[in-house]
Design a binder for this molecule. Structure first.
Ligand code: ZN
Length: 489
């Protein structure tokens, strides 16, 4: 392993050289969505952030087991310990089975991730598929004396835990801070202390999704699934755990406590968190009217949007900021990103038309070193992109005859663009992203046949081809330089 990758670890609050537990192998767990609503920007950012980590580690020759869960049980409204489950509530309102909600939104999440060209994780476990493992873990925590049962629910005893392990190491919140934020529950809760959290909940009669357990019918606490599933697939201690910054507390803090309380060992070596997004400078929220889901971005069908933005434009826009910086979505910023993305993709086409010179006026090897050092420095995609634009300027100058590249350097530059733009950043042309290569090739043939028909003045045939394609949502556009096609939204 030659690459020395630095990762900013939320736990230690500094960048550290990455050193996996097993040489050449990486275990990475990322908290996935609770599937009860349309995928939105809040899903796109962690999806893309950890896709980059996955892609780059694979490029660096690690074999990576990337586990991203689907939360389909246990997550209550407002991330609370009391109240209705998010999926149950949606099922009740829509008069559907909870699993119909789960199926519908899991598929739309997959579709959105695929449009954004995020690779599928190696394993995508579901909470409901791991109830037994969660019950076993709750039993062990009880046996170890770090939890108590009351009225069919089991709570982690945070004060007891804090006597042996430092509670709050990830978020930097101590018990007093946490008590401050949870006072309103005092007096009405069955918990010994309001800092305690549920690891198993007794199901009230209205609760739909429920399972038998040693403590009666109930369901696991939200944090439990990630502890149980990460241990099952990656071991008691694994390399990387990722998620959005909003999950640091309480979710990830609770995961650390559960694993220590169960296994007496720290579960994760490197905690990584992506920062939040805002829309027009404000937090995104349903009540604020600036809640835009991904489908609405792709179709432009939202009052806040001037027009549609393609999945690749959204991906490029997200990658233009470092994952630990906040990111503000606005029409202006997206349009600027779109220009940048088009410029980059055009350069990749232009380079194919450049003929090699005897000598080079540009140091291609230096560009490659800079690209790698950007990625090695905590996956710094904005710096990488700025170096790639250096290459773009070079390509455009070479095309105009102002600069020259030897044939070795020309090949090297093509390979740098292929590696960093396509393989690592996962950026491909719109057309390629809309379908696979076979579709592109077949469409090229069809458009050629239609062109021939037009040249032979067989306009009925040309129209027929266009109409038939239209029926399967392929739109043919006739322009000055010939015909092109795109998938209709
Ligand atoms: Zn989680």
């Amino acid at each position: 392993m030659s690459r020395k990758i630095q990762i900013y670890n939320t736990l230690t609050r500094k960048k550290e050289g990455f050193n996996p537990i097993i040489e050449n192998h990486v275990g990475m767990y990322v908290c996935g969505p609770t599937v009860y609503g349309d995928p939105h920007l809040g899903h796109a950012r962690p999806g893309i952030t950890f896709d980059i980590v996955f892609r780059y580690l694979k490029h660096a020759d690690y074999s990576v087991r990337y586990v991203r869960n689907i939360t389909d049980a246990g997550h209550l409204e407002n991330d609370a310990d009391e109240g209705e489950a998010k999926i149950d509530k949606k099922a009740r309102l829509e008069q559907l089975e909870p699993m119909e909600i789960v199926q519908f939104y899991t598929l739309s999440y997959h579709k959105a991730m695929e449009s954004l060209n995020c690779l599928s994780p190696s394993i995508e476990p579901r909470a409901t598929g791991h109830i037994i493992e969660q019950i076993e873990m709750v039993k062990k925590i009880l046996d170890n004396g770090f939890a108590y049962e009351i009225n069919g629910s089991v709570y982690l005893d945070v004060n007891k835990y804090n006597e042996k392990y430092p509670y709050g190491i990830l978020s930097g919140r101590n018990i007093e801070d946490t008590l401050e934020g949870t006072r309103e529950l005092d007096g009405q809760s069955e918990k010994k202390s309001s800092v305690d959290f549920a690891i198993w909940k007794n199901a009230n009669p209205e609760h739909i999704m429920r399972w038998p357990s040693p403590w009666g019918e109930g369901f696991p606490g939200w944090h439990m699934e990630c502890s149980a599933m990460s241990e099952k697939y990656l071991g008691k201690t694994f390399d990387i755990h990722g998620g959005g910054m909003d999950l640091v507390f309480p979710h990830h803090e609770a995961e650390i406590a559960q694993s220590n309380a169960c296994n007496n060992c720290n579960p994760v070596n490197y905690w990584m968190h992506n920062n939040m997004i805002t829309v027009d400078g404000k937090k995104m929220g349903k009540s604020l009217g600036n809640f835009i889901n991904l489908e609405e971005f792709f179709t432009g069908n939202h009052s806040k949007l001037d027009r549609a933005y393609s999945p690749m434009c959204i991906r490029f826009f997200i990658l233009q900021a470092h994952y630990r910086s906040t990111l503000d979505f606005s029409n202006e910023a997206l349009q600027a990103a779109e220009k940048g993305f088009t410029k980059l993709m055009n350069a990749i086409e232009t380079i194919e038309k450049i003929s090699a010179s005897e000598n080079s006026t540009y140091d291609v090897n230096d560009l490659e070193l800079k690209c790698y050092s950007a990625m090695d420095d905590d996956f710094n995609t904005p710096i990488l992109i700025s170096h790639l634009f250096d290459g773009v300027r070079m390509i455009n100058s070479a095309k105009d005859g102002k600069e020259s590249l030897s044939s070795t350097d020309l090949d090297k530059l093509k390979s740098i663009l292929n590696t960093f733009v396509r393989e690592i950043l996962g950026l491909v042309s719109e057309k390629e992203n809309n379908g696979n290569n076979l579709t592109n090739e077949v469409m090229e043939i069809i458009l050629k046949l239609r062109g021939n028909a037009k040249n032979n003045k067989d306009f009925d045939m040309a129209d027929l081809i266009r109409e038939e394609l239209d029926k399967i949502d392929i739109q043919v556009k006739d322009g000055r330089d010939g015909s092109s096609w795109e998938l209709k939204n």
